[in-house]
Design a binder for this molecule. Structure first.
Ligand code: FE2
Length: 234
């Protein structure tokens, strides 16, 4: 077929593109607080190491179907920790732009981890999650390491909270995969989106590592009238 368009010639050596704009979309806000709460840590530490329920063999499996607040009458530090979590949540919500009146469902559950114990990769069924560290082994590593290469991902660091790249199917090969490691100290409180997959590597200390996790689910109170709320079961 005869072409009406004149055939162009292109000079490959002169190929350039204009200066583009890279938008780093979909950031994942992770917030760290470093609190000085030695008295709270001492009381919680004594509670975790003395109460028989934390030495039962299934305590790790059962931890997230309990609430620590049932012990708050006997352990006042739990009520203080709840208030610290709520203050941290307010700060975190301000950062991420969640504003308004909410009904809040909050659960606090224990993590009593003896030497060798690890927590497989998981995320949480809520909107926002937090962890407060009561007792950890001292670490020479920085509190947060977020610039490691992919090869460092495989190094078996002790007692690290590994935060995984939340981008679905982010590949371990190539430039997409990121990870971060937190080496927590007592008094550290971390907030992150509950969808963020994370795991905890084993430590080898004689004393158990102690922390308290919290899950927060927020429901807007000012639901528009066209969104009718139902009680539903199936
Ligand atoms: Fe977790």
């Amino acid at each position: 077929m005869k072409r009406n368009v004149e055939i162009q010639t292109f000079n490959d050596s002169e190929i350039t593109v204009p200066e583009g704009v890279t938008h780093n979309l979909f950031p994942t806000p992770v917030k760290l607080f470093e609190l000085a709460e030695p008295a709270l840590n001492a009381e919680l530490g004594a509670f975790f190491t003395s109460h028989p329920c934390f030495s039962e063999t299934d305590q790790a499996q059962m931890a997230d179907v309990t609430t620590l607040m049932e012990y708050a009458e006997d352990v006042p530090a739990l009520a203080r920790l709840e208030q610290l979590f709520l203050a941290g949540l307010e700060s975190y919500c301000r950062d991420i732009g969640w504003q308004g009146e909410f009904d809040l469902d909050m659960q606090m559950f224990p993590n009593v981890s003896p030497g060798g114990h690890y927590v497989p990769s998981h995320n949480h069924v809520s909107h926002i999650s937090a962890v407060y560290y009561v007792h950890t082994e001292p670490s020479a590593r920085p509190l947060l390491v977020s610039d490691e290469s992919v090869s460092d991902y495989w190094r078996p660091d002790e007692g690290a909270l590994i935060l995984h790249d939340p981008r679905f199917n982010a590949s371990l090969m190539g430039g997409w995969h990121q990870h971060a490691k937190v080496f927590p100290r007592p008094g550290v409180m971390i907030f992150f989106p509950s969808f963020l997959w994370h795991e905890v590597t084993p430590h080898q200390a004689k004393e158990p590592r102690l922390s308290v996790a919290a899950n927060f689910s927020l429901t807007y109170r000012d639901v528009p009238t066209y969104e009718r709320r139902h009680r539903f079961s199936c």
